[in-house]
Structure formats: C-alpha cells, structure tokens
Design a protein around this ligand. Structure first.
Ligand SMILES: Nc1nc2c(ncn2[C@@H]2O[C@H](COP(=O)(O)OP(=O)(O)OP(=O)(O)O)[C@@H](O)[C@H]2O)c(=O)[nH]1
Ligand SMILES: [Zn+2]
Length: 210
C-alpha cells in the first residue's frame, strides 16, 4: 500500500497499465453493473471512458509551478488586491470518483510582480484535474501561488457541490461546501481580509452547479 503523505501529487508508476488494460477494467465494471460489454451500444464505451479519464485526470501530467513562472512587473506600482472571481472548476472526489463542481475565487496582493490572470485559472484547473478532497484542492492552489509569486498574501475560496452527496449516499441536492485558505496579510490583517470579503460579497449569481 502506498503511504505517501503528499497526496494528489503526480505519482510515477513504472507499472502504469496500458490503455488496453484500462479498457479491460472498464469492461469488468460494466459486467459488474449487470451489463453485456459486447452489445453494440457498449462496444466503444471502454475506449470513451479511458479517453474521458485522460481529460479528467490530466492534471497529474501538468506542473502548476511552471504555469505561474512567467510574471511581469510593469504595472505602475500596482499594489492592491487582485481578485479573480467565479472560476468554474470541475474535479472528482477521491472517495467516490464522482464530480465536484463549483466556483473558485482566487486573490493575491502582489509584492512586485504580477501574473497573467489566466494563469490563476490554470492553476485551479491543474489541481482540479486530479482526485481531490475540497480542503486539499483549496490549500494546494493557495500554497502554490504563495510559493511561486511570494506575494504579500493569498486567499482562495471554493464553493462546490459534491455529486457523491447528491446522486448517491445521503442524497442532499442543493448543499454546497465552502472552504477557504488565507495566507499572509489576508490571514493577519483584518482590514485586508474585510476588503476581500467586501469584494467577494458583490458576487454575481452565477450557478456553478450545472
Ligand atoms: N471533508 C470532505 N469530505 C468529502 C469530500 N468529498 C467527499 N467527502 C466525504 O467523504 C466521506 C467518505 O465517507 P465514507 O463513510 O468512507 O464513505 P461512504 O460510505 O460512501 O459515505 P456516504 O457518502 O456517507 O455514503 C463522505 O462523508 C463524503 O461526503 C471533500 O471534498 N471533503
Ligand atoms: Zn465523494
């Protein structure tokens, strides 16, 4: 059994199964569900599932530190909060491998260099495209921005619906989970934190759970 502490980090497995073996595993699950994998409608399903997995889990092959490495400094001394709000993300919970769908809000207070805002959304995407629990996803996004940009502060807030709570198990539609991680001035300075919360309270009412 694997006891790595740094969960959801890329794991180099020399015995990684081939796509053909993965497809065979899907056929096993189909049979287990009560299906006949050889019927016409299911013939291409294992291949589709494996290609879907490549998409759902491609974050293991991407390096979020690299994404943030290109910064620029010609911003006329801009030193206020930068907030990217309502970044939709799609992840999968590591307990049931079913979707977690939500919105991320990512803020930082630049020290001297800023990053292209799409890169913040890309960092959210890379970590989302791994098996997750929401707390770790939140922390990983914040920690990476903190480590690479070394800003005065970072704040990450996620609100999401967990399909393992809606389509199975406890069956509670409409419940969302909210997590946040505040670092630097967002943690230590009440004024900065309040300013962020005031910016966030002007949120649009986009529904993340479609
Ligand atoms: N803290 C946290 N819990 C999560 C997250 N995603 C799923 N879970 C929970 O993980 C737990 C796993 O509990 P188990 O009792 O091992 O699994 P289970 O028998 O399938 O549990 P039920 O979902 O209650 O049917 C459940 O309570 C899930 O709701 C997450 O991102 N964060
Ligand atoms: Zn789950």
């Amino acid at each position: 059994m694997d006891h790595r502490s740094d969960a959801a980090e890329p794991f180099s497995d020399a015995q990684r199964p081939t796509a053909t073996e993965a497809e065979e595993a899907v056929r096993t699950l189909l049979r287990w569900a009560g299906e006949d994998p050889s019927r016409e409608g299911l013939l291409d399903t294992p291949g589709r599932v494996v290609r879907s997995y490549e998409e759902f889990y491609r974050g293991y092959a991407e390096d979020p530190h690299e994404i943030l490495s290109r910064t620029f400094s010609e911003v006329e001394g801009y030193d206020e909060i930068v907030l990217l709000r309502d970044i939709r993300f799609e992840s999968h919970c590591e307990h049931h491998m079913v979707p977690i769908i939500g919105l991320a809000h990512v803020a930082y207070l630049p020290r001297s260099r800023v990053v292209g805002i799409s890169k913040l959304a890309r960092v959210v995407e890379v970590y989302s495209r791994r098996l997750q629990v929401q707390e770790r996803l939140t922390a990983q996004i914040a920690n990476t921005i903190d480590q690479v940009l070394q800003p005065h502060g970072v704040a990450v807030m996620l609100e999401a619906g967990h399909q393992c709570m809606t389509t199975r198990g406890v069956h509670r539609p409409g419940v969302s989970m909210v997590t946040s991680r505040m670092l630097g001035v967002f943690r230590d300075n009440g004024d900065t934190r309040r300013e962020l919360l005031s910016l966030l309270s002007k949120r649009s009412s986009v529904s993340p759970f479609e």
